[in-house]
Structure formats: C-alpha cells, structure tokens
Design a protein around this ligand. Structure first.
Ligand code: FAD
Length: 456
C-alpha cells in the first residue's frame, strides 16, 4: 500500500501521529506539503513567517532524507494537489492532522469528499497541533470554556498520549514530481534578527531551555530584559515542536517553573478551543463591550507612531521596535503595547492585531486575535476594565531600564529607571535627547476609556 502524509501546521518528524500511522501501515509513504495560495491570501504570507516556514521545510526534508525519504512540495489548491498526488502514486490512504480554523475544517470536508469518490481513505488525527483537541473538554451547557482557570483544571486532568519517536525509515515511491523547496534566501524584507526555524533547532531549544532556564521561569518570565521565556512560540506555531511532547518533558522535569510553562501551553489550547467554537472572533468582538473606537486623522497619526515605536513612552516603543527587528516580542511587551493601543489611545484592537500579524513569526490567528481581545477588554478576560500604565509597567518589569536601553538607543545614557520618564528632564537636558514627547497624556487616555466603558 501507499500512504500520503499531508503536512500542514505540524512540520516535524518526532511525535507525529499521521506520519507514524502511515509508516506503520504502508509500504511506501509520500510526505507532502502544499503551498496553497488560499492560505497566503488569508494573511499568512508575510516575510517573517515565510522565511521561518522555508527553514522548517528544509529541515523536514533533510530529516526525511536521513531516513531514506524526502519531502514532496506542490503548489496550488490543497485538495486538488493531494488528489493529483493520490492518483499519481496510486495511494490508498491519506493521513493528516486535524485543523481547527474554519479554513482547515472546510479544506478537510472538501478533501474527504473528493478522496471518498476516488476510493481513497482520509485519516484525520487529533491532538497533533494541540495537546487537548478543541471540544474535547467542555463545561456543562456550552461548546467551549470562556474562563481559563476551570479550563486549566479540566485540561490538566486529561490523559496525555505518550510522545511518539520519529520513524527510523521512510520509503517513498519513485517518479513523483515535486516543486523546488522554497529557501529562506528567496524571501525579501525579513526582520534582521529573525530566529532560525526547523525541528532540529526547535528540539535543541526545548531541551536547552528546560534544562537551563525552566526552573527560573516562574519568577523571571515577566523580566523584559532577562528574556527568560522559551521563545518556542514560532516552533509551536509551525508544529516544528510538539506541544504534547513539550508538556511531557516539562512535567517530567517538574517544579514551579516547569508548571508555569505548562500553564502557558494550556493558554495556547484555550484560545484554540475558543476560536474553534467561535470562528467569527478572529475579527468580531467575543463580547462587544466597547465601540466608537477613535478614527480620523489624529487617530491615524497615533497609530502610525505606535507602529513605528515613536509614542514617547519608552517601554512601549522598545517593545514595538523589538517586534520590527526580531519578528517576535516578549509577552509582557505584547500585553503593555496592546493595552496602550486599545485602552490608552482607544484605537480598535483589530488595527493592532493586524500590525502584529504583519511581523510576528509566531503570528497565529487564535493566539493573536484572542489575546488582543483579552487585552482590549472585548474577549474572555475577567478584568476587562484593567488598563496597564506604561510607566509603571516599565518600572516594574524593566526596573533598571536595560530593555529600553537595548531597543531605544537614543535614551541609552539615561540612568536607571529614569529612562522610563524622559519628559521629566528639564530644558537643555531634555532637548539633548532626540526622542518624541508622549503622544497622549495618560490621565486623558484613562478618562476617555472610562467614558467609553460607561457606554456599555
Ligand atoms: P513562553 O512564555 O515560553 O510560553 C511557552 C508557550 O506557551 C509559548 O511558546 C506559546 O505557545 C504559549 N503561550 C504563552 N503565553 C501564551 C498566551 N498568552 N496565549 C497563548 N499561548 C501562550 N502567541 C503566539 O504564539 N502567537 C501570536 O500571534 C500571539 N499574539 C499575541 C498577541 C498579544 C496582544 C498577546 C498579549 C499575546 C500574544 N501571544 C501570541 C501569546 C504570547 O505572548 C506568546 O506566545 C509568547 O510571548 C511567546 O514567547 P515564548 O515562546 O517565549 O513563550
């Protein structure tokens, strides 16, 4: 028999149930990735993610070659391309991971229909891209959890499948056509310090981080300059690292740091199950609590200053410049820049989410849109009226100013925490720093937000 394995958001060989099932069942396997223009049109095709994807595919191909196989790449509509490969290879079955977006579910429905009429079976494997499949745990009377803590309790009690080893050998049929693998070098406008992608790098990072940094994670994860988080998000987004395996290995390590890390992985599943149940929340408010967002020329200018990291609030600007330079931003930075845009500037969260998605290498519809909603106060958060003050956030999470100094070099000479309030400098001292004055007065922003909230 011949099996096709369709890789989507699961670009790895370890802990890969569809590949394992195909290798176990068939004589020959076709590992396949389809570059689908429909995915690009849905907003995926930004340089940072395309470059990271290219790394992942190159690494996957290399891993398959070490095992006697290779990766086949096609370009076009996924359903058409899979069917063409099935016909050409005379395949009996197709294996793939379950996807949870509206797009993925529609793709699966179409594929099932086409394959059935061609006499080929489709096997869709759960718990490949998430630890717990969306919809597997639900509260009474609803199809998803809207509050994190009870979800975490149920999620933590779910049985965890043992991670699967990578197959030792993969035999591929001969005579099949493949497009050239897209190389990272062919992608223009990539962020200067973008991380290297691929399963090999992801596994190295997971192992190194768990053994060296996990213990300090609970106390240090919010330290902006310390950069103590795992930076695994792009690998998890592309499935180059298995979230199930990450949970397993963190639990095996144990301790408060590893527990806190597992809790973050649960947040990932939490947002996935919300989006799977409410696909419209990728663009619409989950709970429409706020409206009449600021529009017009002044709001446009503020939005531009925010995007460019020129708001006059050093920690906000530092985080936005980190995003531009690395295609990644520290979680504390994401929280405070998002709160600043949506609550202090009172600009529609969708504008901020769009900017993040245009640069984030881990840019993910569920995690990005629903975290934005969570911060903006239109989502599943239980404290929708909380506003993060960027000066206090800076002093608390960057107490010595090292993070700001790294990303806002024009302020680098300001000592200690004074870097968070350059406007306090007087006269010539102030004039010697080429850095904008704050674009908004925090008290005015707060008053505007309270007024808007009163309209609920
Ligand atoms: P770690 O702290 O090491 O956490 C481990 C993993 O847990 C992460 O890799 C990630 O997969 C998951 N995780 C951590 N925090 C969250 C969270 N709040 N929600 C969901 N999963 C989480 N994450 C994305 O992966 N893609 C996005 O597009 C994205 N957009 C965001 C937008 C905003 C406004 C905010 C506030 C958060 C966003 N996050 C997003 C969540 C979080 O900021 C990143 O996952 C995290 O910063 C990645 O760094 P890390 O891998 O070092 O995380």
């Amino acid at each position: 028999t011949v099996s096709v394995v369709l890789f989507t958001s699961d670009l790895r060989l370890h802990d890969h149930p569809p590949l394992r099932a195909a290798v176990d069942a068939a004589d020959e396997v076709v590992p396949l990735f389809v570059r689908d223009p429909a995915v690009d049109r849905a907003g995926f095709a930004v340089p940072n993610r395309l470059a990271f994807l290219a790394d992942c595919l190159t690494d996957l191909d290399a891993g398959l070659k070490e095992r006697g196989g290779r990766l086949f790449v096609r370009e076009g509509d996924t359903v058409d391309e899979v069917c063409a490969v099935v016909r050409r290879a005379e395949a009996d079955e197709v294996h793939m991971a379950a996807g949870h977006s509206a797009f993925a579910r529609e793709r699966e429905r179409r594929l099932r229909k086409e394959l059935e009429s061609a006499g080929c079976r489709l096997y869709v494997h759960d718990a490949v891209t998430t630890v717990v499949p969306p919809g597997d745990v639900t509260p009474q009377g609803s199809d998803h959890y809207a509050v994190f803590t009870p979800y975490l309790r149920r999620w933590s009690a779910e049985p965890l499948r043992a991670p699967l080893a990578a197959p030792r050998a993969v035999r591929v049929p001969s005579g099949l056509r493949s497009e050239k693998l897209p190389g990272r070098a062919s992608v223009a406008d990539v962020s200067e310090a973008l991380a290297t992608g691929g399963e090999t790098e992801g596994r190295r990072r997971l192992g190194a981080w768990l053994s060296r940094h996990a213990d300090a994670y609970e106390t240090r994860h919010d330290d902006l300059a310390g950069d103590a988080t795992s930076r695994l998000s792009p690998f998890l987004h592309f499935g180059a690292v298995s979230a199930t395996e990450a949970v397993h290995r963190a639990r095996a390590r144990g301790g408060p740091g590893a527990d806190a890390f597992v809790r973050q992985l649960c947040w990932r599943d939490f947002h996935q199950q919300v989006l799977a149940a409410r696909p419209e929340t990728a663009v619409e408010d989950y709970r429409p609590r706020l409206d009449h967002w600021r529009r017009g020329a002044e709001a446009e200018a503020d939005l531009r200053a925010w995007r460019e990291g020129r708001t006059g609030y050093p920690v906000v600007d530092a985080a936005l410049r980190q995003l531009a330079h690395e295609g990644w931003m520290h979680n504390r930075g994401r929280l405070l820049t998002a709160s600043f845009l949506a609550k202090t500037l009172y600009i529609d969260w969708r504008e901020g989410a769009r900017h993040f998605l245009s640069l984030l290498v881990d840019g993910d519809v569920a995690n990005n849109q629903l975290n934005w909603q969570w911060v903006a106060g239109t989502g599943t958060d239980t404290r929708p009226h909380r506003v993060l003050n960027p000066v206090l956030q800076g002093k608390r999470y960057d107490p010595h100013g090292a993070y700001v100094r790294r990303w806002v070099p024009e302020l680098a000479e300001l000592p200690g925490a004074s870097i968070h309030e350059p406007w306090r400098l007087k006269g010539l001292d102030r004039a010697s720093y080429e850095y904008p004055d704050p674009i908004v007065d925090l008290a005015d922003g707060l008053a505007r937000f309270r007024h808007a909230r009163g309209r609920d």
